[in-house]
Write a protein that binds this ligand. Structure first.
Ligand code: ADP
Ligand code: MG
Length: 263
């Protein structure tokens, strides 16, 4: 291990996430075209934008998804350039990406899945089932979940709300420094939205330094989560950033009103 003084100072004072002039391509096509974004410790930022704007690409590239290529610019996580870090390394360092689940993973229970995820994050080969159960029981209680949920098979027959609970539970147990929540564009019912909003609030109360970037096009979710800042991504660029009034404006006028802001 070589911790230089500079990198230690950096990691305590730097923002959790800083994107500098980020350009990203997939399969040779440019998707992100110069994104600048800073999420400080303990802050919640929302990333909004129409379908195809590049929101999921942004979340995926921060996590190190191999399908996306950074062609220009930098991703700094707590002041460190993550370019050479594998997705696993990013997860171990405390970057978490949720809401990107396969439909179901048959035969794996919620607790088995969590045990593997925690072992990977904490760099342990084997984590005692008991230890996970204690943590798990505490968090399920806090999140208002039934204890039997842990034994259910992952995502099999889960309602939208249960799926979200599982994701929030994973976030709580992994204790990330940076949580990226990529809400899918397909219909989320109001119950599922509340689960996400309440879950984020509960986890933040326990991990106040966690930075959160919520990707969504649901204004309703933002009303519940109350982000510190809202950014609007259109055609791979952040066209405007500001307070909750931006979300309200989008609800009133749609994204088209913001398009002319593009150069
Ligand atoms: P959003 O999440 O805002 O709806 P995405 O990031 O999913 O947008 O996609 C942005 C654009 O990039 C879309 O045109 C999409 O087709 C394209 N794209 C996303 N991922 C890939 C990929 N792996 N390969 C090729 N094109 C992609
Ligand atoms: Mg998306």
């Amino acid at each position: 291990m070589n911790f230089s003084l500079a990198s230690m100072i950096n990691s305590v004072s730097a923002p959790v996430l800083e994107l500098q002039n980020l350009h990203v391509s997939a399969e040779g096509s440019p998707i992100l075209r110069g994104v600048n974004l800073v999420v400080g410790e303990g802050e919640v930022h929302a990333l909004m934008g129409p379908n195809g704007a590049g929101k999921s690409t942004l979340a995926n590239v921060v996590m190190g998804h191999p399908g996306y290529v950074v062609t220009e610019g930098t991703i700094l996580y707590r002041g460190q350039d993550v370019a050479s870090w594998s997705p696993d390394e990013r997860a171990r360092q405390g970057i978490f990406l949720a809401f990107q689940y396969p439909e179901s993973i048959s035969g794996v229970s919620v607790i088995q899945f969590l045990r593997q995820a925690i072992a990977a994050r904490k760099g342990l080969d084997e984590l005692s089932v008991l230890e996970v159960r204690l943590d798990l029981a505490e968090w399920m209680d806090r999140l208002g979940m039934d204890a039997a949920f842990a034994e259910r098979h992952l995502n099999e027959g889960f309602s939208g709300g249960e799926r979200k609970r599982n994701e929030v539970l994973q976030m709580a147990l992994l204790e990330p420094a940076l949580a990226l929540l990529d809400e899918t564009d397909s219909g989320l019912d109001i119950d599922a939205l509340r689960v996400v909003a309440n879950g984020v609030r509960t986890v933040r109360a326990e991990l106040p330094a966690m930075g959160v970037l919520v990707v969504t096009h649901y204004v309703k979710l933002l009303e519940e989560i109350a982000p510190d800042q809202v950014h609007v991504l259109i055609d791979g660029r952040v066209v405007t950033s500001g307070g909750p009034e931006i979300a309200e404006r989008i609800e009133r006028e749609g994204y088209d009103a913001l398009r002319p802001a593009l150069a």
